[in-house]
Design a protein around this ligand. Structure first.
Ligand SMILES: NC(=O)c1ccc[n+]([C@@H]2O[C@H](COP(=O)([O-])OP(=O)(O)OC[C@H]3O[C@@H](n4cnc5c(N)ncnc54)[C@H](O)[C@@H]3O)[C@@H](O)[C@H]2O)c1
Length: 256
């Protein structure tokens, strides 16, 4: 493709091996990205199939990366240096953690969810933001969740981590705006990935009841999230920063 929305960009996608991250990596490649750095703890998709960077081919690479570890994130961002540096960073890696009420939650479980989701996003923004600011351009898209604006019975750590991402996104948009760097977040609703089909599967009756609540009448797909990320990362969103794009089929608008 010669006129993709992300033509010749170098894109880093954390958690790019599976689910939403894999769809994002494939979508940015389809929009002309010159290379995609897939940064993940696992190379193989959790749902099965060939590794993302192999499917994309070209200069795309896999970097073994635990986003909760500063040096690991620095290495993932540095992997883009030989390609000219990071144009687009998608902080997508995330875990949901065990379902638990706050009063019964293990401290280690709380800390791990915050470390991967919130600290991981901070570390990615910090590492890539420096180079973007120095070059005077770049786009960061943070994958949050509607759980960051709506509480739930058993996901306090997850919700807290996603709420934190939303405010960090706004703060960083302010910090980097004058350097020509845009920072936005996407809030997925319920998307059919390993996280929702295996880590926290809905029983069939709960599944039907959940789908019935979605105005658009279906759960989301990873491609729904990838399309939103492509938009925010691209020049189409050139006057958009600090915003939160909800991609949930209308679910949050109808929760009372
Ligand atoms: N699926 C949903 O319904 C949903 C809803 C809202 C938000 N999200 C968000 O979308 C993002 C992707 O989730 P998904 O649904 O695709 O889940 P997934 O489990 O399919 O994919 C998550 C990916 O992140 C990777 N990962 C996990 N911990 C990591 C770490 N420490 N360092 C690097 N990579 C790590 C996993 O290996 C995996 O490849 C997450 O941030 C999640 O919170 C998902």
């Amino acid at each position: 493709m010669s006129n993709g929305l992300l033509q010749d960009r170098v894109v880093v996608v954390t958690g790019g091996s599976s689910g939403n991250g894999r769809a994002i990596a494939l979508a940015v490649a389809a929009q002309g990205a010159r290379a995609v750095v897939v940064a993940d703890v696992l190379a193989e998709p959790r749902e099965g199939g060939r590794a993302t960077h192999e499917v994309i081919g070209g200069d795309s690479v896999f970097v073994s990366c635990d986003v909760s570890r500063p040096e690991s994130v620095e290495e993932a961002i540095a992997a883009a240096d030989p390609l000219g540096g990071v144009d687009v960073l998608v902080n997508n890696a995330g875990i949901v953690g065990p379902a638990s009420p706050v009063t019964g939650m293990a401290v280690d479980d709380f800390d791990r969810v915050l470390a991967v989701n919130l600290r991981g996003t901070f570390l990615g923004c910090r590492a890539a933001g420096r180079g973007m600011a120095a070059r005077g351009s770049g786009s960061i898209v943070n994958v949050a969740s509607i759980a960051g604006v709506q509480g739930s019975r058993t996901s306090a750590a997850y919700s807290a981590s996603k709420a934190g991402i939303l405010l960090m996104t706004q703060t960083l948009a302010f910090e980097l705006g004058s350097s020509g760097v845009r920072v936005n977040s996407v809030l997925p609703g319920i998307i059919q990935t390993h996280m929702t089909t295996v880590d926290r599967p809905l029983a069939s009756d709960a599944y039907d009841a959940t789908v019935a609540k979605v105005p658009l009448g279906r759960l989301g797909t990873p491609d729904d999230i990838a399309n939103a990320v492509v938009y925010l990362a691209s020049d189409l969103a050139g006057y958009v920063t600090g915003t939160s794009l909800v991609v949930d089929g209308g679910l949050i608008a109808t929760i009372s």
